[in-house]
Structures are given as structure tokens and as C-alpha cells.
Design a binder for this molecule. Structure first.
Ligand code: MG
Length: 446
């Protein structure tokens, strides 16, 4: 027996084996050819992007529907910008559809980036809301394709449900305390208190500008002194009657002069607010440093921000404690996740904006991120009427102060298009943002 030859053959055979094993297991060229098999999903194209606009309760809601080359597979996303709804509808139907048809449904990041810069001039509320509708609809479709709720695609649950705050308003401290008591009985652990509306405008009467015939009859009036005095009063009375344990929040809605705002927050510190929201308008962002040097009250900010990039400096400078993003305003789930992750690095918590002019699809998008990010803080609770639930089956719901989303593949909210069409968008603008003036008639920036 020739052992030398045998050893040589064995080495040769081993070489052939390892070479064929490596080629057989991972051949990049073959993998590219068999992309379909590797992803487990057939190729899918966008066939249509269209707006669904509905106004069932004098609130203009705009949704994007993305249809695909797979019959019966489509997604919905929130594109609601109530004050300029017709402009968003035009951005969707006249521009987004042409831009997106034929593109790969699966590549959400690529579609977001290419759509974002497709008009060259970018990053305003009209285009960002249209982009949000597309983005959320693509996440909805991806969830349906994966047979998973969207929060699973974002990393899975960090918590069993979504802790929410409710808003207690009234025209006297007693009315506010009554509302807080009622919401505590319903199970809420966090309650935002306001008296007389934002800036207490409902309690400010007979301004000089009206007597002089300046402005319009419907214009509101804000007496800054009344607002500051009343806000301290509701914090004091609510703490006295409702105890220390309930978490109290307040939205200043940017209406005071920066020094007035800082002085008010310093006075509220003794009542331990959970957060104070929007102390300054974004035009006055440079005052946040001064605010931080004067009080340790937690600050929520950012519902008027447009771009994830606006968060970099305030995060780096440790100016905010809560991210108050309006998710459709910044362009959807994709950018919101980036800001949320940035917040994790700086220990800033989420508190997504969730008012009545977010559609149920948008509330669901809030909820999926709330479940999935570690640095969740609190969620503004959605108030979704029975009529809206008929138009939007699968809407999120509240129980014991928690929000729950519909646990099905995708975002979990569908749109009854026939019913939505019964409440068309009115041709005239129903509501501009509230016009508020000072005593002499000077417009107040919200
Ligand atoms: Mg606010």
C-alpha cells in the first residue's frame, strides 16, 4: 500500500470538499439570483398612492392608501395636517403617486429618503405629512407581509401596554379638580391640567382691541397675568384635593414671553409637575439653556419641529426631557424611530403628540413605537369617537389609563372608504389655528 499517495489524495480530497462546501453554502451570485427564496417574500411593486380625506366631526383627516401589485394587499398611513388639508391631498395625489408607482414596496428607508428629497425644497409640514402617509402605509404593508404587528418589526414589546395621560380642563379650579378626580377614578395615573383653554383665553374678557374694532370678532384674547395666576391656582388646588401621587402635566403652548414662562415654571416647581410642555415657541429655542439653569422641572418640547436634525443640539445640550413629536409632521415612523433612538442615547423619553387632529391610523403608529422603544415616557391619550371607530375599524382603545393597539399584522387600523366618502372635505377651510391677541391687538404666537 502506498501510504504517501493515500495521504496526498486525502489532502486533495479535503481541499475539494472545503472549496465545494464554501461555494455550496454561500454563493453570493446564486443568492442574488434566488433573492425571492432568501427573503421568503415575492417581489412587490407600488401600483397606486392615493389620498383618502374625510371630515366626519368637523376635523379634517387625511390618510394615504398605498396599493400594491398583490391583489388585496394595501396599507394606510396618517397624513393629517388639519389646517392645510387640501394642500396635503394635492401633494399626495398630484406628486407622490407619480413618484412612487413601480417602486419596490419593501425598501421603506430608500423610499423615504428618495421621496424626501424629490422636490429638492423639502422638510415643511405639507410635504412631511404626505411623506408620513406613505411611510406609515409601507410599514403597515410590511407588517401584513410579515404576518406581524409593526411593533414586532421595530424590535418587539418593551412593556405590556401604553401608559397615557388624559387632559382635564375647566373654567374654574373646581371644575378642573372635578375632572381630575373623574379621570383618576377611570384609572389614569397622569393628567394634564389646563384652565380656560390654552393660555386661559376663555377666561380673558373685553380687550381694548375689540372695543376699538381692531381685528375680527372671532379673534381670541389672552391676558397673560390671568393665565399665570390661574395656572398656579389649579396646580395648588389639584395637589391639595387629589394628593401627591397623581402625576400632573401642563401645556404652556408657547404663548408667554420667555421670562414670564421661566418665572411661571419656577413657581410651579413646588407642585412637582411630571412635565411642562412647550414653554417657548421654536423661534425662542435659545432660552432653554437659561430655563435649565433656573429650574429642574422636566420639559417636554418639539411638536412644531419638522426634522429629526432639529433634535441633535437640544439632545446634546440636555435641554429637554420628553420628545413631543407629532409623528406625521416629521414624516412618519421612519424618522420618529431615529429621534427615539437618539433620545435613548441622551436619556430623553418619548411623549408623542396625540391630539384630536391625529387620525386613528396615526394614533396606532404612535402606539406601535410606544411599545417597542425602551425610552418610552408617556403617551397623550387618543379620544376616538364611535363614529370614527366605524370609519376606522381596529382603532386603538383605552383601559385603566393604558392604550392598547389592535394586535393584528400591520398597524391594525383599516379604513371603511365608503363610509369615509360620506363625509367629504369641505371646500372652505373650517379652522385656521386659533388667532389670539394681546389687549392692544398684537397677535400672540402659539
Ligand atoms: Mg402641546
Amino acid at each position: 500500500m502506498n501510504t504517501k499517495l493515500n495521504r496526498r489524495d486525502a489532502i486533495k480530497n479535503l481541499g475539494i470538499f472545503t472549496a465545494s462546501a464554501s461555494v455550496g453554502m454561500v454563493n453570493p451570485l446564486k443568492a442574488a439570483d434566488n433573492n425571492k427564496n432568501l427573503t421568503g417574500l415575492p417581489p412587490l411593486k407600488i401600483t397606486k398612492v392615493k389620498s383618502i380625506a374625510t371630515c366626519p366631526e368637523r376635523t379634517e383627516l387625511v390618510i394615504v392608501k398605498v396599493e400594491t401589485s398583490e391583489p388585496g394587499l394595501f396599507g394606510f398611513g396618517c397624513a393629517t395636517f388639519r389646517q392645510r388639508a387640501h394642500a396635503v391631498v394635492a401633494a399626495i395625489d398630484k406628486y407622490l403617486n407619480d413618484f412612487c408607482v413601480g417602486k419596490d414596496v419593501d425598501n421603506i428607508e430608500d423610499l423615504w429618503q428618495s421621496t424626501y428629497q424629490s422636490s429638492y425644497w423639502r422638510n415643511g409640514p405639507v410635504l412631511n405629512n404626505a411623506l408620513s402617509g406613505l411611510d406609515q402605509a409601507l410599514w403597515d404593508i410590511k407588517g401584513k407581509r410579515a404576518n406581524m404587528p409593526v411593533y414586532q418589526l421595530l424590535g418587539g414589546k418593551c412593556r405590556h401596554a401604553i401608559d397615557c395621560y388624559e387632559s382635564a380642563g375647566g373654567n374654574s379650579p373646581e371644575e378642573v379638580v372635578d375632572k381630575v378626580t373623574r379621570y383618576m377614578e377611570e384609572g389614569f395615573r397622569h393628567i394634564r391640567i389646563q384652565m380656560g383653554g390654552y393660555g386661559s383665553t376663555a377666561l380673558s374678557k373685553s380687550p381694548d382691541f375689540k372695543k376699538a374694532g381692531f381685528g375680527l370678532e372671532r379673534d381670541g384674547y389672552m391676558d397673560a397675568y390671568n393665565y399665570r395666576k390661574g395656572t398656579i391656582e389649579i396646580f395648588e388646588k389639584t395637589r391639595k384635593h387629589c394628593g401627591e401621587k397623581i402625576e400632573l402635566l401642563h401645556d404652556m403652548h408657547e404663548r408667554l414671553q420667555p421670562m414670564e414662562a421661566i418665572n411661571l415654571i419656577k413657581e410651579l416647581e413646588q407642585y412637582r409637575p411630571f412635565f411642562i410642555e412647550d414653554p417657548f415657541s421654536p423661534e425662542n429655542n435659545r432660552y432653554f439653556k437659561l430655563l435649565r439653569e433656573n429650574t429642574s422641572v422636566p420639559i417636554a418640547m418639539g411638536e412644531l419641529f419638522n426634522s429629526p436634525h432639529e433634535w441633535i443640539d437640544p439632545m446634546k445640550d440636555l435641554l429637554f426631557d420628553f420628545i413631543r413629536i407629532h409623528i406625521s409632521q416629521i414624516g412618519g415612523i421612519t424618522p420618529a424611530m431615529k429621534v427615539a433612538r437618539l433620545g435613548e442615547a441622551f436619556n430623553v423619553l418619548t411623549a408623542w403628540h396625540g391630539p384630536g387632529d391625529v387620525s386613528p391610523v396615526g394614533h396606532a403608529a404612535n402606539g406601535h413605537i410606544d411599545l417597542a422603544v425602551w425610552n418610552f415616557g408617556i403617551q397623550e391619550s387618543p379620544n376616538i369617537s364611535d363614529k370614527l371607530r366605524e370609519i376606522f375599524p381596529g382603532s386603538p382603545f383605552l383601559k385603566d389609563g393604558y392604550m392598547y393597539i389592535n394586535e393584528v399584522p400591520g398597524l391594525g387600523v383599516e379604513v371603511n372608504e365608503k363610509l369615509a366618502a360620506k363625509f367629504p372635505l369641505p371646500d372652505i377651510q373650517l379652522n385656521n389655528w386659533t388667532q389670539i391677541r394681546k389687549n392692544d391687538g398684537t397677535i400672540v404666537r402659539p
